[in-house]
Design a binder for this molecule. Structure first.
Ligand SMILES: [Zn+2]
Length: 238
């Protein structure tokens, strides 16, 4: 492979370190939207619970109005029967109307019990909603604080990423363009790692042994060698 100088190898190694560091920061930044979503998930849960409670409350109020209407109707019926009672001409008719009135009153009494139970349920539902709304407010304050912390951390990460990228550009300008091209190609099919260290004949890219002769030649640092297994560029630290 092409003859190179020790400097060029060092620049490439440094470039690789910069790019690995940049990728790490970038992956942390990429996680930010998901982290923010997780922070907000508690709020969403409370919001959904409040909506369910509000639907429940609306149903209870609807039932209450229906009971109330039924009571009104029954009161009208009783009033009408009482008028009929005055106009009754026979005892039989009188007794029949009385019986009817008693039955309507019984039914009304049942409905009134149900109305009272319904009012209790309305009270309970309103309390539950108020409590959840308070919990929501408290959670919202906490979420906003947590988000600020995350966003500030992300801003620091962005700045450090920009610094690393600037350093990366500076180093890459010192690298021979052919060598750079080769490095980019290798990187593209080697999960972003183009150059790796060899320690005791073992390539740290794939953890396989390289041939003894190649290992010896690597120490001359005058030629770019690539791993026979993972095809990454190799270097040794002497
Ligand atoms: Zn390898």
């Amino acid at each position: 492979m092409n003859n190179i100088t020790r400097d060029q190898i060092e620049f490439l190694v440094e470039l690789q370190q910069m790019e690995t560091a940049a990728a790490k920061v970038q992956s942390q930044l990429d996680e930010l939207p998901e982290k923010l979503k997780q922070i907000e998930s508690g709020l969403k849960e409370i919001e959904e619970a409040i909506n369910i409670d509000k639907e429940n409350l609306a149903e209870l109020k609807k039932a209450y109005r229906a009971f109330d209407a039924e009571i009104q109707v029954n009161q009208g019926r009783i009033k009408k029967r009482e008028e009929q009672l005055h106009a009754a001409t026979t005892n039989k008719e009188y007794q029949a109307i009385l019986k009817e009135i008693s039955e309507i009153k019984k039914a009304s009494s049942r409905i009134e019990d149900e109305t009272l139970a319904c009012l209790d349920n309305i009270d309970a539902a309103e309390t539950a909603i108020r409590e959840k709304e308070e919990a929501y407010e408290a959670e919202a304050v906490e979420v906003s604080e947590k988000k600020s912390v995350f966003e500030a951390a992300a801003e620091t990460e962005r700045r450090s990423l920009n610094e690393v990228l600037a350093q990366r550009d500076e180093i890459s300008s010192k690298i021979d363009s052919e060598l750079m091209k080769q490095y980019e190609v290798i990187k593209s099919y080697s999960r972003g790692i183009g150059i790796v260290q060899v320690i005791d004949s073992i390539c740290l890219g794939c953890h396989m042994n390289i041939p003894p002769q190649m290992y010896n030649e690597l120490h001359r640092e005058n030629e770019m060698k690539t791993c026979p297994h993972c095809h990454r560029m190799l270097y040794v630290i002497k």
